[in-house]
Design a protein around this ligand. Structure first.
Ligand code: ARG
Ligand code: GLU
Length: 718
């Protein structure tokens, strides 16, 4: 009997060793924590090949791209691959009706044609190390979170200043495990990152928002950029005479594909996960917060899509905005379904009971943490909801956000220390900002969305939280009719057209500009922001302090409670590695999804009447002639996308998918809908990451776009 148990234990142990692991792991700790596990799963390289500060390693090719994506360098001339949806903003900004790169794609046929992008940066990690002891120096358990935060920021500041950061040399000290560990990171930050190529949207965004977050998928979600450096190969600002950046190492590409069960890993910058929050918080997120956001976003999406379908100009203006709104909307729907389907809340509650039992039995410092935490959550929910309303109905409304930005101008005018020249410069900057803002603005769409946001603000139960002034105005002057109020605002404001606003700004001066604060649109924005800044944010930050403290203690407890395994730290936009296997899955009873898709599937989805499912004649011809070049699979088909059990999240978009040898086989871009709850509750039986097959990416660059010169820059393995 005993023997069988022992055997079972060994088998279970072995199984755990060689199956995919939940979590996003810290590169410099790979050797200590994961390397042997990764090798047991099939990896043939070492932790040092992946991360090394003294020798070139894979990490030198991984880039934090823009405001929250990942990219990878694939040539010794700084050529970079990321997702189409990560470069979307840039592609869209360079697009007009006359040269619509969104619809038609863009390819620089030589370096001179590559397009510069102000406001785009690429950040490469140079080193990371543990600084927990230094950061926590002087901290005692008895301190309040406030005192603790003060000391931590003082200590961190010292560490950072010693390393003499500049705009091009960024130094961060970041909390891991909710403040139980601190890691120092240094980066080079490049500001000259040029657009090299993008496929047309009906490749790069094939399936659009309909297929988004779903498997089976056929999206060629990639775009190509290049990092430029100064003559010394150092990070610098945009300049005509910059030269292509020569990285310490670039990724090698494998055209050999993969089969089911193959080891893979994702190396990139996952943004945020919350695997260790209490069940009550998960319940709040999925049952209160998400439903509100989903509902309001659905309304915004309907307004935009109606307008976009009827007008090509509006389609270009609102495409990026639409994609952004739709992406969250759909993800949260999936998240809610997954949490419910997985019975995640009840399971978390059960785990919490055993945790508390364990705590009561010799770990008293954790005995009341969940109870206290739950009480706190109840108290802060009204404020979290108020914040969510402000963000979704206020901050994410074009004209509210834009008109509020004029506060800076009004403040400069009133600032005794500011010279007239400073004011005039600022005024000119605002006048030129109108070009950028109104290029993508349509008054009918904006007003319709504004009406929905006003309705939402008006319906919020402000119990105990002071109401924005305009809500009272609506009640007293408009009899509660939010539409009438919205129409009044838009009929009287100077912000509703570029012409009106520019005319106004050209006539104004330092004395007169304060009158702008009487503008009804500005007034509305100011009220919304003021309510947030004065009444919501301060309360919320006092809650944040308490939450931080409880979450840190709870996390510490969870680590001890789970002493038989290593828990991965939640994602926090720092460089991580997730590993797993190429793996099919069963989404529901009797259904099995294969682990890859092919070009044939694109032909099956084709619909010339729907923008997102148009297939260009050239792609069809290549398919009909099976003209796949060296990019076809040995099975004779052209693979498009594939899935694996790597634990990823937002921010991992554009991350390289690497094989057992550390060679590039794909570009990560999404997850399956059944698995988007993995940010709160990862489950290998439901969660897959979706990657673009690198062979399809290169097939499009080379055979479809005729940009083979880019492929020639790259390095291939046998
Ligand atoms: N779901 C992916 C991510 O979270 C892709 C989003 C862009 N694509 C889109 N159709 N909106 O970023
Ligand atoms: N599309 C996501 C991104 O932009 C990655 C997919 C995910 O959330 O896993 O980062």
């Amino acid at each position: 009997m005993k023997k069988t148990y022992l055997l079972l234990f060994i088998i279970v142990g072995l199984f755990q060793q060689t199956s995919a692991k939940e979590g996003m792991w810290i590169p410099y700790l790979l050797e200590k924590i994961n390397a042997s596990d990764m090798q047991a799963m099939g990896m043939r390289i070492t932790a040092e090949d992946i991360y090394n500060v003294n020798q070139p390693s894979l990490k030198d090719a991984i880039v934090f791209f823009g405001r929250g994506c990942t990219g990878e360098i694939v040539s010794d001339k700084g050529l970079l691959l990321t997702n189409h949806h990560c470069g979307y903003g840039q592609i869209q900004k360079h697009s007009t009706i006359d040269h619509d790169y969104l619809t038609d794609g863009f390819w620089a046929m030589n370096m001179a044609e590559e397009l510069k992008n102000p406001n785009l940066s690429a950040r490469i990690l140079t080193s990371m190390s543990d600084v927990t002891a230094e950061v926590l120096d002087g901290i005692t358990d008895a301190m309040s979170q406030n005192e603790r935060n003060d000391i931590i920021s003082e200590n961190a500041k010292k560490i950072i200043e010693d390393l003499e950061p500049t705009k091009f040399h960024r130094v961060d000290v970041r909390a891991f495990y909710n403040g139980n560990q601190y890691i120092l990171m240094e980066y080079n930050v490049f500001f000259d990152v040029r657009l090299v190529g993008a496929p047309p949207s009906n490749i790069g965004k094939f399936g659009g928002d309909t297929d988004n977050w779903m498997w089976p998928r056929h999206t060629g979600d990639f775009s190509v950029f290049r990092i430029y450096a100064n003559a010394e190969n150092k990070a610098c600002e945009i300049a005509d005479n910059n030269i292509p950046y020569k990285p310490k190492q670039h990724l090698k590409i494998s055209l050999n594909g993969y089969k089911e069960g193959d080891f893979t890993f994702i190396f990139g910058y996952p943004g945020r996960t919350q695997e260790y929050i209490p069940a009550r918080q998960v319940e709040y997120i999925t049952q209160t917060m998400n439903p509100f956001k989903i509902d309001l976003r659905r309304k915004k999406l309907d307004i935009m899509s109606n307008a976009m379908n009827n007008d090509k100009k509006i389609r270009i203006q609102y495409s990026a905005k639409y994609a952004g709104v739709a992406n969250g909307w759909k993800k949260w729907i999936g998240e809610n379904t997954g949490i419910k389907g997985n019975n995640a809340i009840a399971e978390k509650q059960e785990m919490e009971s055993s945790f508390t039992e364990w705590a009561n039995d010799g770990h008293k410092e954790y005995a009341t943490v969940i109870e206290e935490y739950n009480k706190l959550i109840e108290e802060k929910i009204p404020y979290e909801m108020a914040y969510t309303y402000f963000i979704e109905a206020g901050y994410y409304q074009d004209l509210i956000k834009y008109s509020y930005s004029y506060t800076a101008l009004i403040n400069t005018a009133a600032d005794m220390d500011a010279t007239d020249e400073e004011f005039n410069q600022k005024l000119q900057a605002f006048i030129s900002s109108t070009d950028r803002f109104y290029k993508d603005f349509n008054i009918d769409v904006d007003l319709a969305i504004f009406k929905e946001t006003v309705r939402a603000f008006h319906s919020f139960p402000y119990e105990g939280i002071s109401t924005p002034k305009f809500v009272e105005t609506i009640n007293t002057k408009y009899n509660g009719n939010t539409d009438k109020y919205a129409e009044y605002v838009y009929s009287k404001s100077v912000f509703t057209s570029k012409e009106k606003l520019v005319k106004y700004l050209n006539k104004t001066n330092r004395k007169k500009i304060s009158k702008l604060s009487k503008d009804p649109m500005y007034n509305h924005s100011f009220d919304a922001y003021a309510t947030y800044i004065n009444n919501i944010s301060p309360v919320l930050s006092s809650f944040t302090n308490k939450t931080d403290s409880l979450q840190r203690i709870y996390m510490k407890g969870l680590i001890e409670f789970n002493s038989d395994k290593t828990l991965a730290a939640d994602a926090n936009s720092t460089l991580r590695i997730a590993y797993g296997k190429v793996q099919a899955f069963n989404p529901r009873d009797a259904v099995k999804y294969n682990y890859f898709t092919t070009l044939k599937g694109i032909m099956q989805k084709e619909d010339p009447d729907i923008y997102d499912y148009v297939v260009m004649p050239k792609l069809k011809a290549l398919y009909n002639e099976r003209d796949f070049g060296k990019y076809g699979d040995t099975d004779g088909s052209m693979h498009v996308c594939f899935i694996a059990s790597n634990h990823t999240t937002g921010g991992n978009s554009g991350s390289p998918a690497l094989n057992a040898n550390g060679d590039l086989i794909g570009i990560n871009f999404d997850r399956n809908w059944e698995g988007t709850m993995s940010d709160l509750n990862y489950d290998i039986s439901r969660c897959r990451n979706i990657m673009l097959d690198i062979r399809y990416c290169l097939f499009i660059i080379d055979k479809y776009a005729g940009a083979g010169h880019l492929v020639e820059e790259m390095t291939f393995v046998e």
